[in-house]
Ligand binder design. Structure first.
Ligand SMILES: Nc1ncnc2c1ncn2[C@@H]1O[C@H](COP(=O)(O)OP(=O)(O)OP(=O)(O)O)[C@@H](O)[C@H]1O
Ligand SMILES: [Mg+2]
Length: 324
């Protein structure tokens, strides 16, 4: 496990022993976390891990059960107006006024803040200029999400909370949102976000926390998280029989270069090895002699996704036991 390196001098967000219980569900089970000024911090984790709960406690939107939290030097639970004016929030699920136009909603929200950003600038930032006069309820899912992002920026915040900000975005809009986050951070401000997209975390985050079942099980840069778990070279392939008759599976190697061949849920095979030359030699040798075609053969370093899946498997509760 990558040991949580949670302590930072003068952090914007400081969390110690945070707990949240809903009835008999313990959603957050004692987490420690510091986020530095100017940092983009990403929380990753499976559905129900406690990411939204954590974020919303740090926003002052939910009340914690236990632990200490300080954000921008204050306890967010007090919902101090001075604090709320300094933060911007893109919730996972929003209920913005459906019968107003995009421009009207932005004007409404901007009016809540002491130093709002101009509405025309917000429209440009998320490329909704052409939809300014459209009713919110007529926007597409991706356009709605872009509006959510614009609303989070309306008060020109120092600290931005983004809960799955690019869900539903087309690839171009996603890149646009990434640029937006980067330029926001470039101005010395801080972002904490959640995402299920590993490439998004790698593209944006200075540091990542992987949350599983209410606990942070790994904390560090993407490189540290990958290096701490999934090392070596990953070889992946699929097979189809070429010209030779007879059952292919019978001769299929269970190990290559001394490492165990894993059976993937999608029917593919994978292997992690520190001796890729020998493993590939054995694999291709077997395929040649057996007349097996290696479809989609891939060789590469372990990815953040590999490390993430390992962490979730290693720390996850047996979710099948939760089934009704
Ligand atoms: N308002 C609530 N009342 C009761 N239980 C809740 C409430 N909100 C969340 N939970 C429970 O707390 C746990 C954590 O939920 P949370 O929404 O924080 O997860 P998440 O990591 O954001 O998941 P996702 O990736 O699906 O958004 C889940 O078991 C969820 O069912
Ligand atoms: Mg969530």
């Amino acid at each position: 496990m990558t040991h949580p390196r949670s302590s930072i001098a003068d952090p914007v967000i400081r969390v110690r022993g945070l707990r949240k219980v809903y009835g008999d569900v313990e959603a957050v089970r004692g987490i420690d976390l510091d986020v530095a000024r100017g940092e983009v911090f990403a929380l990753l984790g499976p559905n129900g891990a406690g990411k939204t709960t954590t974020l919303e406690i740090l926003e002052g939107y939910r009340v914690r059960t236990g632990g200490d939290v300080s954000v921008l030097g204050v306890d967010p639970a007090r919902r101090d107006p001075g604090f709320l004016a300094r933060i911007g929030i893109c919730l996972q699920a929003t209920g913005i006024e459906r019968y107003l136009t995009v421009r009207e909603v932005l004007e409404l929200y901007a009016g809540y803040y002491p130093r709002p950003r101009p509405v025309s600038e917000l429209l440009d930032t998320v490329e909704l200029q052409d939809a300014a006069g459209t009713l919110v309820r007529r926007l597409s899912g991706g356009q709605r999400r872009r509006l959510d992002l614009a609303l989070a920026l309306a008060g020109d915040p120092e600290l931005l909370y983004l809960d799955e900000p690019t869900t539903g975005f087309d690839p171009e809009a996603r890149r646009g949102a990434w640029d937006l986050v980067r330029s926001f951070r470039g101005a010395g401000r801080t972002v904490i976000l959640t995402t299920h997209q590993m490439d998004e975390a790698e593209a944006l985050a200075d540091r990542i926390g992987v949350m599983v079942d209410g606990r942070i099980v790994a904390l560090g840069t993407a490189g540290e998280i990958v290096g701490g778990r999934a090392t070596g070279t990953h070889i992946r392939w699929r097979t189809s029989r070429a010209s030779v008759d007879g059952p292919m599976a019978a001769s299929e190697p269970s190990t290559l270069a001394g490492s165990l061949v894993q059976h993937e849920p999608d029917g593919g095979r994978s292997l992690r090895t520190d001796d890729p030359s020998r493993a590939l030699h054995e694999l291709t040798g077997w395929a040649m002699t057996q007349g097996v075609v290696l479809d989609d053969l891939r060789v590469g370093r372990a990815t953040l996704e590999d490390a993430y899946l390992e962490l979730v498997a290693a720390h996850g509760r047996d979710v099948s036991s939760d089934a009704p």
